[in-house]
Design a binder for this molecule. Structure first.
Ligand code: FE
Length: 348
């Protein structure tokens, strides 16, 4: 066989292979399947998709990636998108998706009744799915709980060299700043950022669990991090993580003022969804009492549906007042939050 004909055969194979892969990719949604673009990475989510399939006969396809690539892909695919639903771990991601005209409103009396107003879009383009609290974690040998009060109080000289949290590039801290901008105003929020950075024990690095480890190791005495990592650490099977979860304590700040900053994973139906009815049915399924309970028992997040009873572990952390600024603020104030964090040298 000549090289030429070999190349011809090869290119036929490649073209055919690409075409069939494309065909798989552009499933137009025939009424019994939905495709989710999701940033969440929980085993529990996968189990829920299977449960939905079993109960409804609607097949669930999952495309997993981080927030920005998913938004870019949705934008690029336009009307041809295979996505019916978008799930982002930070509500700000859904705000950006709405701003970029990638979502459509959902008309669901059920969702409006179970999702508190501050945890959904004003025009019903997205709804909160699960809730996260970003709190102060401390080592009780080195910090007495009476010394703790607010996020802002961590800027006092008393805390010099004793505070850790992750980098400014991390969406969790960007959203904390964005929420504070809304709740306490630009000047106070900037003062908070500047004062917090002045009290950092070291240059920010690592994820939320790494911050817990720094407090455990005595590198710092307090960390700002999300509560659900305590559940994850307890169940990690790794010694230092279990030890951190057992030794460290959770404190809900700003109880007498703004309430503790919360964020939410959120979900919306894409503008060009092929199967919007099934997509809405899926969101309603996720917000049902039964599924909410299943999710939080596995991810240690807080439920959005208020009728769900908390697992013992979450009860043991205590009740708290949450900030009730609408999570739209996380998207709206994200750029300003990043600018301030950059100006105060958060990562330097
Ligand atoms: Fe996380």
């Amino acid at each position: 066989m000549s090289v030429k004909s070999l190349l011809l055969i090869l290119s036929v194979i490649i073209v055919y292979g690409t075409l069939s892969a494309c065909q798989l990719g552009v499933d137009r949604g025939d009424g019994d399947s939905i495709t989710i673009f999701s940033e969440r990475h929980y085993e529990a989510d996968r189990m829920i998709y299977e449960k939905f399939e079993a109960e409804t006969g609607i097949k669930v396809n999952l495309v997993r990636d981080s927030a920005d690539p998913l938004l870019v892909r949705l934008e690029n695919e336009g009307e041809a998108t295979i996505a019916d639903l978008l799930v982002i771990a930070d509500a700000g991601g859904l705000v950006r998706a709405k701003e970029r005209d990638l979502l459509q409103p959902i008309d669901s009396p059920f969702l409006e009744s179970v999702v508190p107003e501050h945890l959904r879009d004003t025009d019903n383009y997205w709804f909160g799915l699960t809730k996260r609290a970003r709190v102060i974690v401390y080592h009780p040998d080195r910090v007495d709980v009476s010394e703790l009060s607010t996020y802002e109080a961590l800027t006092e000289p008393y805390w010099r060299g004793r505070v850790v949290t992750r980098q400014a590039s991390n969406i969790y801290n960007q959203s904390l700043m964005a929420a504070l901008l809304e709740a306490i105003g630009e000047e106070a929020a900037s003062d908070f950022a500047e004062g917090l950075v002045a009290n950092f024990a070291e240059t920010p690095s690592g994820n939320d669990r790494a911050q817990a480890n720094k407090v455990l190791q005595g590198i710092a005495d307090v960390a700002i991090m999300n509560t659900y990592y305590f559940g994850i650490m307890l169940n990690s099977g790794e010694d230092w993580q279990v030890q951190a979860a057992n030794e460290l304590e959770i404190f809900f700040p700003n109880q007498e003022t703004t309430g503790t900053h919360i964020n939410a994973s959120a979900i919306g139906v894409t503008k060009h969804a092929k199967n919007p009815e099934a997509a809405q049915q899926f969101i309603e399924f996720l917000l049902s009492e039964e599924i909410q309970e299943f999710i939080i028992n596995n991810t240690f997040e807080y439920p959005i549906n208020p009728s769900v009873e908390l697992p013992e572990l979450l009860k043991s952390w205590g009740q708290f007042n949450e900030m009730t600024v609408n999570l739209e603020a996380l998207g709206k104030n994200n750029n300003r939050a990043k600018e301030i964090m950059d100006q105060v040298g958060w990562d330097n």
